[in-house]
Design a protein around this ligand. Structure first.
Ligand SMILES: *Cc1c(COP(=O)(O)O)cnc(C)c1O
Length: 204
């Protein structure tokens, strides 16, 4: 990875043996998209692994990862953020979060739109949270062969990131890019890429 870009090794669906190979090769930041699977793996793997939740999070499941999760990428509502804050308090810790922004033309991807993001930031409600830190933004480009479209979507997210940096203190992480599009994402200013299949091979 280029300097300034953090690699999240996406281990979802992969067995412990495969993940241990990545661990033994020196990787420590692993991403999962289901809380139950992440917790089962956390219990079996060495304690210095940093677990990132990269998938959509249901509020009623936050409690199952609040004790150990390092970064939650997919926060797309204030209610979810407030629940993370509440659970973090229970465990007397602070949990780092990214706000997920919808940048794809596809309808299927989660995330706040532009307007929701600006409204949330302007509302002052982020300042009332004591046990969560919003440290950046996350987004997923459309699943397409059209590289110009992907680049356009990433550029858009980078612009939002630069604007958010001027409004929220402590914003430093821009999580964008997966196996198929991480090189474009890095060219467009990503600071964190989430890569699974390019490391482990295709998932079943
Ligand atoms: C699965 C997943 C990835 C990794 O996808 P690959 O194409 O295997 O690199 C990245 N981000 C999210 C949110 C994912 O769910």
């Amino acid at each position: 990875m280029p300097e300034g870009v953090t690699l999240v090794v996406v281990t979802k669906t992969k067995p412990i043996t495969a993940i241990m190979e990545a661990y033994n090769a020196g990787h420590r930041i692993f991403g999962e998209n289901k809380i139950q699977e992440m917790t089962e793996k956390m219990e079996k793997l060495p304690k210095d692994v940093q677990w990132h939740m990269i998938g959509h999070v249901q509020r009623n499941k936050v409690k199952y990862m609040a004790a150990y999760v390092t970064l939650i990428h997919g926060v797309d509502t204030l209610k979810l953020l407030q629940e993370i804050d509440r659970q973090a308090k229970n465990y007397q810790r602070k949990i780092n979060c990214l706000l997920q922004v919808h940048i794809a033309e596809e309808e299927t991807k989660f995330g706040m739109d532009h307007r929701e993001l600006f409204e949330l930031v302007a509302s002052g409600k982020l300042d009332k949270l004591t046990n969560t830190n919003v440290i950046g933004l996350m987004g997923m480009a459309t699943y397409t062969e059209n590289k110009e479209q992907i680049r356009r979507e990433f550029k858009h997210l980078k612009q939002l990131f630069d604007t958010m940096k001027t409004r929220i203190p402590g914003i430093s992480v821009l999580s964008m890019g997966m196996s198929a599009d991480y090189s474009i994402a890095i060219e467009e200013g990503s600071t964190m890429v989430r890569i699974g299949s390019a490391i482990f091979g295709a998932r079943n």
